[in-house]
Design a protein around this ligand. Structure first.
Ligand code: GDP
Ligand code: FE
Ligand code: FE
Length: 202
């Protein structure tokens, strides 16, 4: 079975908007390039959701909203972090790390989405987590393998994802760490916690 994503009809259980209205709300937040990425993530996520028995509606909503906060200004995000007494450590890592957790917060506030599984999928989509539901794994992997992505290791993750979602999570985590180390980038501790659980777990 292959769902045509344009035929997905939302039940209103998770968001009061229709899928088209949600798409418009997301489109208004990000550049057209990132918007194309988001549509690719939805396509990949819905495919994985079908394969692994995850709700297609939740996968579609989480995928469409996962990068909702990615283009908010540093100023707004810094203010939000201090006003809401959030993790000050995020300030040391920048938007790549905070757009997930702050995205979950803004999606809840501005779009009225309160389902915890969806919010956790948004929150954890960049660095993963030691414990991830199937939906969280689907979004984490879909973000990496969507059709517009082209980087070393992406084909291997695509192949693994068709068969073994957990193996895909592990392989992706390892590739991300290789990449960050190669670029001398700071590793956020939760990225290492994800590696220890999904890759190095005996
Ligand atoms: P995108 O939002 O669709 O571009 O993808 P992601 O949200 O998955 O990742 C955003 C960026 O964060 C990517 O360039 C990742 O390589 C980077 N990233 C992931 N983990 C870490 C980390 O631990 N530290 C740093 N500095 N960057 C990270
Ligand atoms: Fe992201
Ligand atoms: Fe993304």
């Amino acid at each position: 079975m292959t769902t045509n994503i344009n035929q997905i009809v939302y039940s209103k259980k998770y968001v009061s908007l229709t899928r088209n209205e949600l798409i418009e709300a997301v489109q208004s937040q990000i550049s057209s390039k990132r918007f194309q990425h988001v549509l690719g993530v939805e396509q990949a996520a819905v495919q994985l959701a079908e394969r692994y028995g995850v709700s297609i509606e939740k996968a579609s909503i989480a995928a469409l909203t996962h990068d909702y906060a990615k283009e908010r200004s540093d100023k707004e995000m810094r203010e939000l972090i201090s006003h809401e007494k959030l993790d000050l450590e995020w300030l040391d890592y920048g938007s790549n790390i905070w757009h997930g957790p702050l995205g979950a917060l803004l999606v809840e506030r501005e779009l009225g989405i309160s389902n915890l599984d969806i919010l956790n999928a948004i929150k954890h989509h960049t660095v993963g987590a030691e414990k991830m539901s199937l939906l969280e794994q689907v979004i984490y992997v879909a973000d990496y393998i969507e059709p517009g992505r082209d980087f070393p290791g992406v084909e291997q993750v695509r192949t693994l994802a068709a068969d073994d979602l957990q193996a895909a999570v592990g392989y992706e985590t390892k590739q991300t760490l290789y990449y960050l180390i190669e670029k001398n980038r700071r590793i956020y501790p939760k990225t290492i916690a994800t590696y220890n659980k999904w890759v190095a777990n005996p």
